[in-house]
Design a protein around this ligand. Sequence first.
Ligand SMILES: Cc1cc2nc3c(=O)[nH]c(=O)nc-3n(C[C@H](O)[C@H](O)[C@H](O)COP(=O)(O)OP(=O)(O)OC[C@H]3O[C@@H](n4cnc5c(N)ncnc54)[C@H](O)[C@@H]3O)c2cc1C
Length: 379
Amino acid sequence: MSKQILILGAGFGGLELSTLLSESVADDVNVILIDKNDAFRFGFSKFELMLGRATMPDVSLYYRDVVMPGVEFRQETVLSIDPSAKSVTTDKGEYNPDVLVVALGADYDFDSTPGFAEGGHEFYSFEGALALRDVLTSFTSGKVMIGIIGQPYKCPPAPCEAAMLLHEWFTERGIGSDVEISLVSQWQLPVPPSPEGSKAILDRFDELGVSYISETVITSIDPENKVARTAAGGAIPYDLFLGIPIHRVPDVVEASGLAVNGWIPVDDKNLSTRFDDVYAIGDVTSAPVPKAGTFAESAARAVAEHLIAEIRGEGSPTPFQGAGVCYVEFGDDLVGRVDANFLPGTRPTAPFMQPSPALTREKGQFAAVRKARWFSGAI
Ligand SMILES: Cc1cc2nc3c(=O)[nH]c(=O)nc-3n(C[C@H](O)[C@H](O)[C@H](O)COP(=O)(O)OP(=O)(O)OC[C@H]3O[C@@H](n4cnc5c(N)ncnc54)[C@H](O)[C@@H]3O)c2cc1C
């Protein structure tokens, strides 16, 4: 009898895990992949939306095109998870799978930063990025502050990319010199595990006149006086505040009891949780890696190998590698690359490849390969 594997969340992690299981053990599994949305979108398409370079349909990969043997996609909203009983309720029914994988990503908590919801903007959600497009179009001069409010947050280089892309966008509109962009971060360096990558970003900031305000914790936004207040008692002025919100697990995960200190703890090697046959991958976990799509994929590979070895009763699965590639947009159509490795038990390494047209093409390929692998019905 085939094993029923229920995967909650069809993002980077859920899609990659479904694909790997389909490629190797399609006849032995019945994978049900659930997501509340009808389409997947790469995180980096938020930049294209906010700059008005693409529309939502342009950046949507529809789940109806997930066509893989042994895998069925269902558009449903997960309402509750009972990890001890391994049961899940959605808006359409109940599931009691043999194996449960939670890949529900990270949500945002705008309300915990006073003033943010009332007076701030953001490009971390698709809705926020879309709404920002009109705000940017009507902004003609002044101080734009990109403020990283908490840790951890998705895709550590993304706020720096936003600063460089925004500078380019304002310059194209002839108002580059009327707009001052700053990035406020709690970290000393933009990408702490990569001194070389950080240096390249800071050098580019210097060229563009973008300021990096390091080791500064924003605690609230004061929209009336247009200042961001800091933990050290400072007040930094802005005309347009773009915040990277506090991240947290989705409500349904919080209510399930799976999370401890905010995120789901997992075994470093195979991403199992403390509940039998319940795994968690990607941004929803406290695995010691950055919250980014390529790390969610790396976690999916470890779980897939583990489950495949179990199903076949043979083979020795490769433990979670904690590795991921981060492409960094520098503007002017140039992309750099950080090859980050957070292998458990070793010091993180993150060598950097300087921005080049070749890496810009490689990033395009990165998206194309995933589209072909995960959405074969669209090809
Ligand atoms: C601006 C920006 C740029 C980025 N650029 C990059 C990049 O260049 N490279 C990179 O690797 N990463 C990038 N990221 C990060 C990347 O998008 C995330 O880290 C990645 O998507 C995490 O994968 P995941 O599978 O853990 O979760 P997600 O991809 O977030 O998937 C979670 C899924 O769960 C679904 N879900 C949530 N709750 C429910 C529910 N109750 N019921 C049903 N479904 C539910 C969601 O709809 C979602 O599809 C970027 C992020 C941002 C914000």
